[in-house]
Design a protein around this ligand. Structure first.
Ligand SMILES: [Zn+2]
Length: 135
């Protein structure tokens, strides 16, 4: 049977943290929530893409993670105010800190995924590399 090139959709690749170039290989070795810390693979198992484009490349992801946390914090503050109407600042502080800790692995993972999928110049999806046999 011929090896048919098929184009893989973007959103499932982003949600499942797949390689931005082939959308087949996993970017992380560990699940998002586990007792082990998250470990990112050095290269894609399917197409061989090196994820860290240059030394210190993921510092940008750290800034993205910070922006995500600020957006989540503002959303939480508005939601707390809307739902509870509380004026006690400790309610806000405690809920935001707890949610910040819970969402930290999410922010870590998806800041790197967003950086590689959307913000890296010259890195685009290549449908030929999505085929079953990498070249
Ligand atoms: Zn790949």
């Amino acid at each position: 049977m011929a090896n048919v090139n098929r184009s893989l959709p973007m959103w499932p690749a982003i949600v499942h943290a797949k390689c931005p170039r082939c959308r087949r290989g996993d970017m992380f070795e560990t699940p998002m929530y586990s007792f082990k810390s998250q470990v990112m693979k050095k290269t894609c198992d399917h197409c061989g893409l090196t994820y860290e484009r240059e030394p210190g490349y993921f510092y940008v992801a750290m800034l993205l993670s910070y922006a995500m946390f600020v957006a989540e914090m503002i959303t939480m503050a508005v939601a707390i105010h809307t739902l509870s109407g509380s004026n006690n600042p400790w309610v806000y502080v405690i809920i935001i800190i707890v949610l910040g800790i819970i969402l930290a692995p999410f922010n870590f993972r998806y800041s790197r995924v967003m950086l590689l999928h959307w913000l890296t110049p010259g890195l685009h999806y290549n449908a030929e590399l999505s085929s079953d046999k990498p070249q």
